[in-house]
Design a protein around this ligand. Structure first.
Ligand SMILES: Nc1ncnc2c1ncn2[C@@H]1O[C@H](COP(=O)(O)OP(=O)(O)OP(=O)(O)O)[C@@H](O)[C@H]1O
Ligand SMILES: [Mg+2]
Length: 332
């Protein structure tokens, strides 16, 4: 690998990016209802992490990536990048941070269609004050690394889906970012190319400490990640360790306490419980153990019944007979 970076994992900060209690509400226009796309989602990303974001369509993966990449501001919550809260950073500073420290690869391809493959990569370094000779050398090196050097003069809109994707990755890596954010990066490429891209991501990750955050529907892609974060309906359901099988999420899920000290239970676990409205006793028999026991059905008094049984005047429990309180005589 001849791509060098200056990333020093331990140098200054322990964490690269910390997201706390992120909410994203897309405000509905006219008759459209607002969508709460993220609900109190938190994540810590360290230097050198390789993380997959998994979850069904519409669960909030792309929204989460756009916010983590500083492309969209969350409705609420904080985002700290190398010690700086970027939810409060002015737009120009955020733009330089994005340009210097984060690389993006999107499914739809984020290339400039009227520029050649070469210019797309080269131009991404121009704004960072890098000399032309270095930019040229690095652009050729990256296109070669991605296997698209022979297409360097082709306009981006004349490249195939897979070629666009590879040029987009070369562009994303050009400035030696700390973090590469990729939304379904292998969506448009065949399996063989996808393996090659992922091997390359992994190698870059190990050699340079570049962190990767990848949203995916694919078990194969998630299989490369050291941990996978699972979203559903905008909630973070849990994390999975290495070697995730997306068809068996339930077996490998670890639920996490979020920044608000809440634990969200997965839908399939809730389905196995007694059903909506059931009551549970909660006990912590020892540290790190939670015991939920269903209350006896006879003890499960509906709120309505309870109101009738407890006298609202004297407060004595269970005194009411024939709509008269046997304790204080109040009638209802
Ligand atoms: N610009 C927008 N305006 C309004 N609602 C949006 C917008 N973008 C996304 N949403 C909604 O937010 C929710 C999360 O969308 P998001 O694109 O983040 O999901 P996703 O997990 O990336 O889905 P997919 O796997 O299909 O790419 C969905 O209900 C979606 O309809
Ligand atoms: Mg998406």
């Amino acid at each position: 690998m001849n791509v060098q970076t200056e990333i020093n994992k331990e140098k200054e900060y322990k964490q690269l990016l910390t997201a706390r209690s992120l909410y994203m509400i897309y405000k509905g226009r006219a008759e459209l209802a607002s969508v709460v796309a993220l609900k109190s989602v938190s994540l810590e990303i360290n230097y050198g992490d390789f993380i997959a974001i998994v979850g069904p369509s519409g669960s909030g993966k792309s929204t989460f990536l756009k916010i983590l990449g500083g492309l969209m501001r969350p409705t609420a919550g904080s985002l700290v990048f190398e010690g700086v809260d970027i939810t409060k950073t002015p737009e120009e500073e955020l733009t330089s941070l994005r340009r210097e420290k984060i690389g993006y690869v999107f499914q739809e391809g984020n290339l400039l269609p009227d520029l050649s493959a070469f210019d797309n990569v080269n131009q991404s370094m121009a704004l960072n004050g890098i000399s032309y000779s270095y930019r040229k050398k690095r652009t050729l090196e990256l296109l070669d690394l991605m296997g698209v050097l022979h297409r360097k003069n082709q306009l981006a809109n004349r490249l195939s889906g897979g070629e666009k994707q590879r040029v987009a990755i070369a562009r994303a890596m050009a400035n030696n970012p700390r973090l590469i954010i990729a939304d379904e990066p292998t969506g448009n490429v065949d399996f063989k190319t996808s393996v090659r891209l992922l091997e390359l991501f992994k190698q870059l990750n190990m050699d340079t400490g570049m962190a990767f955050l990848i949203a995916t529907h694919s078990s194969h892609v998630a299989g490369y990640a050291d941990r996978s974060v699972e979203l559903r309906d905008g909630l973070m359901l849990g994390e999975h360790a290495k070697g995730i099988d997306l068809s068996e999420l339930d077996a490998s899920r670890m639920v996490i306490m979020d920044a608000d000290k809440r634990i969200t239970l997965p839908a399939n676990v809730l389905e196995q419980m007694e059903g909506v409205g059931s009551l549970w006793n909660i006990d912590v028999p020892q540290k790190n153990q939670i015991l939920l026991t269903p209350l006896d059905l006879s003890e499960q008094v509906s709120a309505e019944e309870k109101q009738v049984r407890d006298c609202p005047v004297c407060g004595v429990e269970n005194p009411i007979s024939n709509k008269i309180c046997r304790s204080c005589g109040a009638s209802f």
